[in-house]
Structures are given as C-alpha cells and as structure tokens.
Design a protein around this ligand. Structure first.
Ligand code: 3HC
Length: 311
C-alpha cells in the first residue's frame, strides 16, 4: 500500500536521491513543487517587462544587443520551468490563467519601475545576483526536472549578472551625473532585492516542509545573508554606498549585520499593491489575448495533420 511507497520515498529523500516524474510522490510534495516551479516560471516571464522597457531606449547598439539577449534568455527560462511543471501533471494554459487572474504569484521584485538606464545595470547586478544565490542551491533540489532546469538557468544567469556589473563599472568611470544615476538606482533596488528571498524564516509557512523534502536547501534568511555577504564587497569595488546605516561587518559572526527590511512593504507588493502590479498583469493579459490567433492556428494545423495521418 501507500505506506510502503511513502517509506521508499522518504528513504530516497533521506539519501539525497532524485525523485523523477514517474516515481511515486506524496500529493503534498507534488503540489508544493507545482506551486514553486509555476511561480518561478511566472517570475521569469513577468521579469521581461521591466527590462523590455529599455530595449528601444538603450544608449548603444551593444547595450541593446546584450539586453535583447538577456530578455530572450528569461523567456527561455520561463519555458524550461513551465515544462518542468508539466512533468508534474500541471497544464501550462491553466498556469497562465492562474497568473493573470492573480491566483498564482510571481516575484515581488518585478513590481518596481525601471526609471533610468542605470536600473538595467543594477537589475543585472542585484536582482540577478540575488537570483543566483537563490537558484544555485535549487540545482540540488530533490525533484530531477527542476534541478536540471536550474543547472541550465544558472549558467545563463551568471552572464546576466556579469553584464550588469560591467555596465555599472562603465558608468562609474563616466561623468558625475552617471555616477549619481548608479547611486540613485542602487538606493531604489537594494531593499526590494533583499525582499526577493521571501519573508523572514519565522514568517515562512513553506520553508520547514520544503527543507524536509529537499526542495529548498537553505532557508530564506540564510540565502539573504549569503547575498548580503557577497554583494557588500562588490558595492565597495563599484564605489557606491548601500542604503542601510546598520550594515557593518560582524567579526564574531563572520557575516555582515544589516537592517530589517520593511516586511509590510513585501506583504503589500505580494498582495498586488506594489508600484507596478496592475500594469504588469494587464500587459501579460494583453499579450495572452493577442497570442490567441497563434494558438488557434497551431491547433488548426495540428488537427489538419492528425486528420491527414488518419486518412
Ligand atoms: N515575491 C512573491 N511572493 C513571495 C515572495 C516574493 N519575493 N517571497 C515569498 N513569497 C510568497 C510565497 O510564494 C508563499 O506564497 P504561496 O504559498 O502562495 O506560494 C508566501 O509568500 C510565503 O513564503 P514562503 O517563504 O513560505 O514560500 P517559499 O518556501 O515558496 O519561499 C521563495 C519563497 C524563496 C521565492 C521560493 O518559492 C523559491 O525559492 N522559489 C524559486 C525561486 C524564485 O521563484 N525566484 C524568483 C526570483 S526571480 C528570478 O529568479 C528570475 C531571475 O531572472 C531574476
């Protein structure tokens, strides 16, 4: 019966063995994977919008080509992840429906506006930097298809982070006005980047179970700390200050101490009341509607082929 299957599953998890699509798995394991993978995919797709805003405004052909490649990569990351969700029996059209009707989430970070071109560099540096901190451990997630999607995504993510940091280095060697643009952008994106890692562990209903199932390998606060420790030296090398007066190296802990993010802001943004939530969802809904003819044509083509095969 199921208790033998459950025991076999528990043993595999305990031995850090991968669970594959055809393996038996507890319903809760399947459900939380669909939840996390779908919302990860939604984040990648929605994340194309803030950067897309600067595709036609990039200052040079080189910057435009790099940004175009990055936005296309993110579309691809979304497709890998929707495919991983489909191995769990999820239906891609249904997931899109849940996104545009706010029954599923996407990362809070993409609900902030991109007000200057320096934001493109800061998103690469901080947002993709945070994504790397969060996604590298997911390469060891217990669910095979998710972990393998992460390996490919992390390779591309490191290019995203490097191009952002190089863009900022270039601006910091520019005029005083360009240096001010980088500082102003860093001030706007620092705290929302810390919030990307989720609520504090004491307020995270999913962490304990996700850790027990090997879906998550670290808690939200552990990854947030790792990101701060990695990023402070990069800010120093760049010559920008981070907008946190409580940020200081703690030799006893071997980590940076830092201030408390505004958790009420995270709750507001997750709840749909961030600066750009309505605009992001409206844009995604419109793109879906405008794509209806492509889906109809593909279905008609497939039906014709199927009919011809049967004839
Ligand atoms: N934005 C939106 N929702 C968030 C959030 C955030 N920053 N942080 C937490 N939440 C939601 C959770 O989804 C959960 O709601 P749900 O139960 O309805 O899904 C609730 O708040 C409580 O949070 P928990 O900590 O209990 O939830 P998780 O254990 O799922 O942890 C997470 C949240 C750390 C985001 C985890 O889901 C995760 O690691 N997901 C995979 C990575 C991911 O989605 N990253 C998005 C960043 S964007 C990105 O990577 C693209 C790159 O190109 C920038």
């Amino acid at each position: 019966g199921d208790e033998v299957l459950q025991e076999h599953f528990d043993r595999r998890i305990a031995h850090d063995q991968r669970i594959e699509p055809r393996d038996w798995m507890p319903e809760g394991y399947r459900r939380t994977l669909v939840r996390q993978i779908a919302q990860h995919a939604h984040s990648e797709i929605i994340g194309m919008q803030p950067e897309g805003n600067w595709l036609t405004r990039a200052p040079s052909l080189r910057r435009k080509a790099i940004l175009l490649a990055k936005v296309q990569d993110e579309a691809g990351h979304g497709l890998y992840l929707y495919s991983a969700a489909e191995t769990l029996g999820a239906d891609r059209a249904e997931l899109t429906g849940k996104l545009i009707s706010s029954r599923q989430k996407y990362s809070s970070i993409f609900n902030y506006p991109t007000l200057s071109f320096a934001d493109i560099g800061v998103i690469g540096w901080l947002v993709d930097g945070a994504a790397i901190c969060n996604q590298v451990p997911l390469c060891r997630s217990s669910y095979g298809p998710y972990a393998r999607a992460m390996v490919r995504i992390c390779k591309e993510e490191s290019f995203h982070q490097r191009q952002g940091y190089e863009l900022l280095m270039t601006m910091m060697r520019g005029t005083a006005e360009q240096r001010e643009m980088v500082q102003e952008s860093t001030d706007r994106w620092w705290w929302p980047s810390l919030m990307m890692f989720g609520p504090p562990d004491g307020d995270s209903p999913n962490t304990r179970q996700s850790m027990a199932w090997g879906i998550k390998r670290h808690t939200n606060d552990e990854l947030r700390q790792k990101f701060v420790d990695m990023t402070v030296p990069q800010a120093d090398a760049l010559g920008v200050t981070l907008p946190d007066p409580n940020l200081r190296w703690n030799a006893e802990r071997g980590h940076y101490d830092f201030g408390e993010p505004d958790w009420s802001e995270l709750k507001r943004v997750i709840g749909g009341n961030g600066p750009c939530n309505a605009q992001r969802l409206a844009r995604r809904r419109r793109a879906h509607e405008e794509g209806q003819w492509v889906r109809d044509a593909a279905a008609a083509h497939a039906a014709k082929h199927a009919a011809r095969r049967e004839a």
